[in-house]
Design a binder for this molecule. Structure first.
Ligand code: NAD
Length: 495
């Protein structure tokens, strides 16, 4: 097996990687697109195409769902202890192949190698976590009084569909399919059109670990051609969608006629709220990585710094210096910040910032499209900070999904709360203060799926994750992550 360094030198020498999957993975086999059409994936760090893959349509989806329906009957009847052993083997194989998975993930998405390695390691751990739950999905016995006995069983919902975005192709996929598999469900996955490869590699690895063929199938292609027929298929009993609000609303409409279950993980405009007594350096470091990790392409990015007027100057001075010190470049060279995933998305980020500039918004650092300083190529955006923003400004209310921080100031706790809750999103809120009463009051009153105090990214796969309002509904990760994939059946006996 090639090491990361060998894979990276091979890529830089040849412009491609050996043995990338090329076709859909259906029924445990590589299957070309029914239409014969293909699409290309691009290296965001250089802008060059590096591999092509199958462009799926409704015919491929139909075949994948038929396989998943057959696979479900096998997998639901596999003993829970056996499912547990197989999912642990998946985790072991993922770790054994972590180098290759991380290099492919970094190349396909533009993220840094270190970020990709973290995602792969976390995903192996997700399989292990849900392996431990597979044989503990018990029901209850219920006392109905004289003459009746009753119990409940937790059953798998059936075939599940997983629509995955491009910013975390591996971990978003695995946080859906690991609990689905633990519960006994089967799956059809539609990766994002710019990041298809790790989903295909993981599906093949699942079969090698012992998951029966047909239980997990991957159809690559566009959202319209492959995603839309998948979510609308009446044999699918739950859809887990992660992506933008606009697409999520369309998915809701498309699943409605079948009354299919739905988890929506949508966007965010999450505030990092810093009170006057907070440690200025901790706030500057927290805000830096809350917005510039993964080049800001994170649903839960801390894309707003809501800061007390007395702390504003000191934190801004530190934050600007730190932002200007970030090295960006090709993800596989492991800089501080990688590329933006696609040329189209780069143009959208630049358009947001241009419109802010035209409105007279103060851009204290960054604000421009950039290239890899070593090669002059690729799709990059400078780490950018917009200051003194009014609560109604577009840069405050709209998700930019790039390395652009919006700074807002406050004087009172009430004002901080109003600003924090002042967008249509409610995913994460980070609170920075030394006063635990302030932290607890804010944690109770802020609208968010998760609240962190004095460490923006604290959390883990053991904790449920999800949003409120336009950030979506349903929870993934933690034991609550199993709820979408199981349903309760009540059984009574007259005795
Ligand atoms: P997107 O909505 O354009 O695409 C997401 C996925 O949906 C892709 O796989 C796409 O092919 C598919 N899709 C598109 N049209 C479809 C249709 N009609 N039917 C079914 N599937 C369809 O989003 P994106 O631009 O790829 O991702 C960025 C967005 O995702 C951001 O808004 C971000 O906040 C959000 N996101 C949220 C989370 C979270 O956990 N809350 C995580 C990652 C990304």
């Amino acid at each position: 097996m090639m090491t990361s360094d060998q894979l990276i030198s091979t890529y830089f020498e040849t412009g491609s990687l050996p043995n990338l999957p090329r076709d859909h993975f259906i029924g445990g086999a590589w299957v070309p697109a029914d239409s014969g059409n293909r699409m290309e994936s691009f290296d965001a760090g250089t802008g060059a195409g590096f591999a092509d893959f199958a462009a799926g349509t409704a015919a491929d989806v139909d075949r994948a769902v038929a396989n998943a329906a057959e696979g479900f009957e096998v997998w639901r009847n596999t003993a829970p202890a056996q499912r547990c052993a197989i999912l642990n083997e998946v985790a072991r194989l993922m770790r054994a192949e972590a180098d290759r998975l991380a290099v492919v993930e970094s190349l396909d998405s533009g993220k840094t190698l270190a970020e990709a390695q973290g995602d792969v390691a976390g995903s192996a751990r997700l399989f292990e976590y849900y392996a431990g739950a597979a044989d503990k999905l018990d029901g209850r016995s219920v006392n109905l009084g004289n003459g009746n006995a009753a119990f409940t069983v937790r059953e798998p919902v059936g075939v599940t569909a997983h629509i995955v975005p491009w910013n975390y192709p591996t971990s978003t996929l695995v946080r859906g399919i690991a609990p689905a598999l633990a519960a006994g469900c089967s799956a059809v996955v539609k990766p994002a059109e710019t990041t298809p490869f790790t989903a295909l590699m993981i599906a093949e690895l699942l079969v090698r670990a012992g998951v029966p063929a047909g239980v997990v199938n991957v159809v690559t292609g566009t959202g319209g051609e492959a995603g839309a027929p998948l979510v609308a298929d009446p044999r699918v009993r739950h859809v887990t969608f992660t992506g933008s609000v606009a697409t999520g609303v369309g998915v809701m409409q498309n699943v409605a006629p079948n009354v299919t279950g739905l988890t929506l993980e949508l966007g965010g405009k999450s505030p990092l709220i810093a009170f006057a007594d907070a440690d200025a350096e901790a706030v500057a470091d927290g805000a830096l990585w809350a917005i510039f990790s993964n080049s800001g392409q994170i649903c839960s990015a801390g894309s707003r710094l809501v800061i007390h007027r007395d702390l504003h100057a000191e934190v801004l001075e530190q934050l600007v210096r730190k932002a200007q010190g970030l090295r960006f470049g090709h993800g596989l060279r492991n800089p501080d910040m990688g590329a933006v995933n696609s040329e189209r998305h780069l143009a959208q980020i630049a358009d947001h910032v241009e419109r802010a500039r035209a409105r007279g918004i103060e851009i204290v650092t960054g604000g421009n499209i950039a290239t890899d300083p070593d090669t002059g190529k690729g799709w990059f955006f400078e780490p950018t900070i917009l200051d003194n923003l009014p609560a109604t400004d577009d840069a405050v209310t709209q998700e930019i999904f790039g390395p652009v921080l919006a700074v807002q100031t406050f004087e009172s706790e009430e004002e901080a709360l109003a600003l924090a809750n002042g967008t249509e999103f409610a995913l994460v809120a980070g609170i920075y203060t030394r006063d635990m009463s302030t932290a607890l009051r804010m944690a109770q009153r802020v609208d968010a799926g998760q609240v962190t105090v004095n460490d923006y990214w604290a959390g883990g796969i053991e904790l449920p994750f999800g949003g409120n309002r336009k950030s979506g509904f349903g929870r993934e990760k933690g034991l609550e992550g199993l709820d979408a994939y199981t349903r309760s059946k009540s059984v009574t006996f007259a005795v």
